[in-house]
Design a protein around this ligand. Structure first.
Ligand code: NDP
Length: 347
C-alpha cells in the first residue's frame, strides 16, 4: 500500500522563522502485515502546535521534548480509525488517538500507545479530540483551575493573551463560566477581536498589532487585572503584569512570542517585570498540562458537556491534505488560525 508522509527537510536555524520548505512530503510503501500487538490506522485529523517549533531545533531547550530528526517522519497529536488489528485492546472501527501520531496517511502503530475515544463525547466532531475536548481544552481548564484561583462572586478580571487561539479561546470562556466578572482577550487582528466578543462572550478584546495595548488594557480593566492566562510572553505579558493587582495570579501556559529564539523555556523575564511580581506578591508558576493527566478523564467529561450544551463554543481553522502540514504549521505560528488549527487528512 502506498502512503504519504511528511518528514523534516531542514531546520529553521538559530533564531530562524519556520518556513514550509522545512517540511517535505514523501511517498512510501507500507506493508500492512501486522505483528502481534500492532494495528493499521487511517489518519483522520492531525494537529500542529506551537511546541513543535522547539522540536525543529537540534536542542529543543526543554527537557521533556525530543528533537525531530532530519528526513524522519514527524509526529504529534492525531486522531484516526483502526482499519485492522492484531492487538487485543483495539478492534477494527475503533476511533483512537495518540500524542505521537506519525504525519502519515496510514500507519502501523503499537496498539498499546493508542487511547480509545468515544465519538459521542464530541457528537461525532472527531477533530475536537485534538482541541476543545483534547489536550488544548485540558490545558485551558486545568491551567485555570490549578493556577488561576478564580472564585465566583470575587469580582475578578481575567486577561488572556493569544486569546483567539486554541487554548486562549477556551480559557477565556472557562473564566466566564467559572465566575470571572470580566474577561479581556488580547489577539492579533480585528476579525479575531470581533469573534472573541461577538461569538465567545469575552467582555472586550484588544488587537496588539493596532491598539495602544497599555492604554486599551487600562480602559478595559478599570479594576486592574487579577488573573492572567499567558500564552505569549514578551512585551504583551510585561504590559499585563504591570497592570496586575496585589495578590494576582499568572497562569504561565506558554510564551509563543519567544519560540523562534533559541532560549531555554521559560525565557527569563526582564528586571522590571520580575520586580513587579515580587512587589505585588503575584504568583507565576510554570504550568504543564502533562503533569496533571490524572485529572484528565474528569476534565474531558466537563469539557464535553460544556461543548455539547453550547456553553463553550469551539472555533477551528481547517486545512485539507497532508501535503499542507508545513504550510498549516507556519501559518499557525504567525497567527493565521482562529481557534484550533486542524489538518484534515481523510474523512
Ligand atoms: P494557538 O492556537 O494559540 O496558535 C498560536 C497563536 O499565537 C497564533 O494564532 C497567534 O495569534 C499567536 N502568536 C504567534 N506569535 C505571536 C507573538 N509574537 N505575539 C503574540 N501572539 C503570537 O496555539 P495553542 O493554543 O496551541 O497554544 C497557545 C500557547 O499555549 C502556546 O504558547 C503553547 O506553547 C501553550 N501550550 C502550553 C501547554 C502547557 O501544558 N503549558 C499545552 C499546550 C499549549 P495572534 O493572531 O493573536 O498573534
Amino acid at each position: 500500500m502506498h502512503v504519504q508522509r511528511v518528514v523534516l527537510n531542514s531546520r529553521p536555524g538559530k533564531d530562524g522563522v519556520p518556513v514550509p520548505e522545512n517540511f517535505r512530503l514523501e511517498e512510501i510503501s507500507l506493508t500492512p502485515e501486522l505483528k502481534d500487538g500492532e494495528v493499521l490506522v487511517r489518519t483522520n485529523y492531525l494537529s500542529v502546535d506551537p511546541y513543535m517549533r522547539c522540536r525543529m531545533n537540534e536542542d529543543t531547550g526543554a527537557e521533556y521534548l525530543i528533537a525531530w530528526q532530519l528526513s524522519e517522519c514527524l509526529d504529534g497529536g492525531g486522531v484516526g480509525v483502526v482499519e485492522s488489528s492484531c492487538c487485543s485492546s483495539c478492534s477494527e472501527g475503533d476511533v483512537v488517538t495518540s500524542f505521537n501520531w506519525p504525519w502519515q496517511t496510514h500507519a502501523v502503530m503499537k496498539g498499546s500507545v493508542l487511547q480509545k475515544l468515544n465519538p459521542q463525547l464530541v457528537d461525532g466532531h472527531l477533530s475536537y479530540f485534538l482541541g476543545a475536548v483534547g489536550i488544548t481544552g485540558l490545558t485551558a481548564l486545568l491551567g485555570m483551575r490549578e493556577k488561576g484561583h478564580v472564585s465566583k462572586g470575587a469580582n475578578q478580571t481575567l486577561v488572556v493573551s493569544g486569546a483567539a487561539g486554541a487554548c486562549g479561546s477556551i480559557a477565556g470562556q472557562i473564566g466566564r463560566l467559572d465566575g470571572c466578572a470580566r474577561v479581556v482577550g488580547i489577539c492579533g487582528s480585528e476579525e479575531k477581536c470581533k469573534a472573541l466578543v461577538e461569538d465567545l462572550g469575552f467582555s472586550a478584546a484588544i488587537n496588539y498589532r493596532q491598539d495602544d495595548v497599555p492604554a486599551k488594557l487600562k480602559e478595559c480593566c478599570p479594576d486592574g487585572v487579577n488573573v492572567y492566562f499567558d500564552n505569549v510572553g514578551g512585551a504583551i505579558s510585561d504590559t499585563v503584569i504591570e497592570q496586575m493587582n496585589n495578590g494576582g495570579h499568572v497562569i504561565l501556559c506558554g510564551q509563543i512570542s519567544q519560540y523562534n529564539k533559541d532560549v531555554p523555556y521559560p525565557p527569563p523575564l526582564n528586571d522590571k517585570t520580575q520586580e513587579t511580581l515580587q512587589k505585588k506578591h503575584i504568583t507565576r508558576e510554570r504550568f504543564m498540562v502533562l503533569s496533571y493527566m490524572s485529572k484528565a478523564e474528569a476534565a474531558l467529561c466537563e469539557l464535553s458537556q460544556w461543548v455539547k450544551s453550547g456553553q463553550i463554543k469551539v472555533l477551528e481553522t481547517t486545512v485539507n491534505g497532508i501535503e499542507n502540514m508545513g504550510v498549516a504549521f507556519c501559518s499557525m505560528m504567525k497567527g493565521g488560525n482562529i481557534g484550533k488549527q486542524i489538518i484534515k487528512i481523510s474523512e
